[in-house]
Structure formats: structure tokens, C-alpha cells
Design a protein around this ligand. Structure first.
Ligand code: JD8
Length: 376
């Protein structure tokens, strides 16, 4: 059995984390899939009042959490490495100013062997604690936010993050099948679901779902996901970082001369003839802004595998967000029956490596492979 994912949580309200004793997480702990430890920050104070907060330097409302109790608590957690090694947990600190917590980050954290969570309260934690953790303890620190609203502390966020991460740990969710086409797993919202009775208060179940025609059901469900996502979360179809003004469409022969230029600028060497031939055997997605071609990705199905080319971007484009967006479009184009996406880029830049990882790809025997969760 794989080693349990170790999770340490530090809070001044340890009972707030007691929901982690319940339900699937509770069972996963009993089954040894998760090894969860909750620590009371006040156990790392030494004064009669077990003080963890004080007034803010520079004035202002509220109180700030003192650095010393946090340093001792994090040192205690880091010392739990079994056997004692230089291994360190990845530290996650919820905060309203943190990077958005996403399913992609949940996948990333679920691949870690050891996570630690610091639950802040009051106005937050003295900034030097983050520096101490990174520089003195050598811990990777991620400040993440659950969403654009204000909570009173980090505990609720930790409960949500631990649940989102733990359910991705193999074996925690009984049938991985249910992880299938969940919202946010592949960038689309889920399709409508129905159960008995067939007729209910004058409302019936869509006929296609009663047809037994699995291809038609899969197509209907995919269309429902696209329609819901376009209606409720257009930002998922047009990630904001790429900008609403980027249009993605499939390439036609008229696009090929411009595509050839972009591919050559990206160090690729196809010919116009080869590109024309490829139009018949696969789909090339082009991203344009104001008509200008900014990037492209090509997909070609081969049985249960969708071969994905490394996104090619115009050299003057800052950042790699568009590459991430094109990879999401490629993943969304995977019709049912595709089990994995395989991308061939043996020597990616560090930025591109991060993009592949964030898009759910993992280096596998010289290729980058993304298993579609419905087949994990
Ligand atoms: C950690 C202290 C309260 C926040 C003064 C209210 C996350 N999405 C989110 N919203 N709020 C939090 C969050 C709030 C926290 C702490 C996370 C620690 N507070 C503070 C600043 C304003 N009070 C969060 N994740």
C-alpha cells in the first residue's frame, strides 16, 4: 500500500478541524491512506496566558499573530519527519490575499507526500514567519485563497483544501469513476444528472438518457457541459489571464501560411505541404487576438490516446498562460474513449515545465502524459 499522505495542521482552534474525523476523510485515516495530525498553536507558548497575538506595528485595527509560537510549532512539525531526515512538508497558508485555490493546485498537492497547514486568525500572521519557514526551515510555502470573500480565519479554508486534496488520493474515493467528469477536473462544469422516478411532478428525464445509446449520451453530456460552462462560467472557456479578447478556433487551409511562420519562429520546421496534410488527420487549434495569430496546438487521436503537440507561441508573447489555455482546449476536445493525452517535448523550459505540470501532465518515459481522471 502506498505511504499515507501525511497532513499536519496548526491552529488555535484545533477542534475546528474535527470534521476531518468524519466521512470519507475519517475512513481514509482509519485505512492508513491519510495520516492527519492537528496541533494547538498555544502548546508552543510559554506564558501563563498562552499568548499568540499582539498589537500591529504601525498601528491599525485588530491583532497580529506573534512569530515565536509559529516558529516553534513549525519546527515541531518539521521534526516529525519519520525517519528523521531533511524531508520537509510543503506548507500551505490560507489567506484572503493568496493565489486562488484550484483543482489544478489540488491535484498538485495530492501528489505531495507531506503537507502542513497553518491556520491564521486575527488580522493574520507576522510576515517574518513566512520568511523563517522558507529560509530557515527550507519549506516550500504556498499562500492560497479559497475565494474573493473574507473569512475570520484559515480553518474553514483548510477543511475545504484538505477535502479537495484527500479525495484525489488513490483509494480515498471508493470508485475513482465518480471523479470522472467533475467540474473543474478538465475545465468544464458537470452535466445535469437525474435518477428515479422517470416522471416526477410532471417533469420527465431527457429521452437520450433512457436510450441506452452510450455515444449519444456521452455527446449530449459533453454538449450540456459546454453549454453550462458558457452560461455560468465563461471565464473557464476564456481564462481571464489569456484575456477575453483571445479567440480560439480550428485551423483551415487559409491559416496555414501564418501558422507556418509561428511554428518556424517557435523553432519547428514543418512545410506548408505537411501542414496541409495534417489538417486531415488531426485538429489544430489557433489562438488569435485582434486577428493576429498568437499560438497554436495540434491534437491527433490514436485509439485511446490523444497526441498533443507542444503549444507554439509567438516569441514576443509574455508568459506561458496562453500555452496553458491551449492545453485546456486540447483536453476539452478529447471525446469520450480518449484515456490519456500524450505530449512530446523532451527539453521544455522551466516555465513550460510548470505549465505542463499545472495542466496535469506528468513526465512518463520521455513524454508528458495526462491521464484523463475518468480513467485513473
Ligand atoms: C486566513 C485570518 C481573517 C483576514 C482581517 C478578517 C482564505 N478566501 C478567504 N477569505 N478569508 C480567508 C482567510 C482569512 C483569515 C485568515 C484566511 C487568517 N483571517 C483576517 C484579513 C482581514 N481578518 C480566506 N483562504
Amino acid at each position: 500500500m502506498p505511504a499515507a499522505l501525511r497532513i499536519d495542521v496548526v491552529s488555535i482552534f484545533p477542534d475546528y478541524l474535527s470534521p476531518l474525523d468524519l466521512s470519507l476523510i475519517g475512513k481514509a485515516r482509519q485505512d492508513g491512506l491519510l495520516d492527519v495530525h492537528v496541533h494547538d498553536l498555544r502548546d508552543f507558548t510559554h506564558d501563563r496566558h498562552r499568548t499568540v497575538d499582539d498589537t500591529p506595528y504601525g498601528g491599525g485595527a485588530g491583532m497580529v499573530m506573534k512569530p515565536q509560537p509559529w516558529a516553534e510549532a513549525l519546527e515541531h512539525v518539521a521534526a516529525q519527519a519519520d525517519p528523521p531526515t531533511t524531508k520537509r512538508p510543503r506548507l500551505v497558508v490560507p489567506g484572503p490575499g493568496g493565489a486562488p485555490f484550484t483543482q489544478a493546485l489540488a491535484r498538485e498537492l495530492a501528489a505531495e507526500p507531506w503537507l502542513a497547514f497553518a491556520c491564521g486568525r486575527y488580522e493574520g500572521i507576522d510576515e517574518r514567519v513566512y520568511e523563517f519557514a522558507r529560509e530557515d526551515l527550507g519549506v516550500d510555502v504556498s499562500v492560497v485563497s479559497l475565494g474573493d470573500y473574507v473569512l475570520n480565519g484559515g480553518e474553514v479554508a483548510v477543511l475545504a483544501i484538505v477535502e479537495a486534496v484527500a479525495r484525489l488520493v488513490p483509494g480515498v474515493i471508493g470508485n475513482a469513476e465518480s471523479l470522472v467528469e467533475e467540474s473543474h477536473e478538465d475545465g468544464l462544469l458537470e452535466y445535469p444528472i437525474y435518477t428515479k422516478p422517470r416522471e416526477w411532478r410532471g417533469r420527465s428525464v431527457p429521452e437520450v438518457l433512457l436510450s441506452g445509446n452510450h455515444a449519444a449520451i456521452a455527446q449530449w453530456r459533453h454538449e450540456q457541459r459546454l453549454a453550462r460552462t458558457a452560461a455560468r462560467r465563461p471565464d473557464l472557456l476564456h481564462p481571464s489571464s489569456v484575456g477575453q479578447d483571445v479567440d480560439v478556433a480550428t485551423a483551415v487551409s487559409g491559416d496555414l501560411p501564418e501558422l507556418l511562420t509561428v511554428l518556424h519562429a517557435a523553432g519547428r520546421g514543418p512545410t506548408l505541404e505537411s501542414l496541409r496534410a495534417e489538417l486531415d488527420t488531426g485538429t489544430t487549434w489557433l489562438a488569435r487576438r485582434g486577428g493576429r495569430l498568437l499560438g497554436a496546438v495540434r491534437v491527433e487521436a490514436d485509439g485511446e490516446t490523444l497526441h498533443v503537440t507542444a503549444p507554439a507561441l509567438v516569441p514576443d508573447l509574455a508568459g506561458d498562460e496562453l500555452a496553458r489555455h491551449l492545453l485546456d482546449v486540447a483536453a476539452q476536445s478529447a471525446v469520450s474513449g480518449i484515456r490519456q493525452l500524450v505530449l512530446d517535448d523532451p527539453r521544455p523550459t522551466d516555465a513550460r515545465t510548470r505549465t505542463y505540470r499545472r495542466a496535469g501532465y506528468r513526465p512518463t518515459s520521455g513524454y508528458w502524459v495526462k491521464r484523463l481522471s475518468r480513467y485513473e
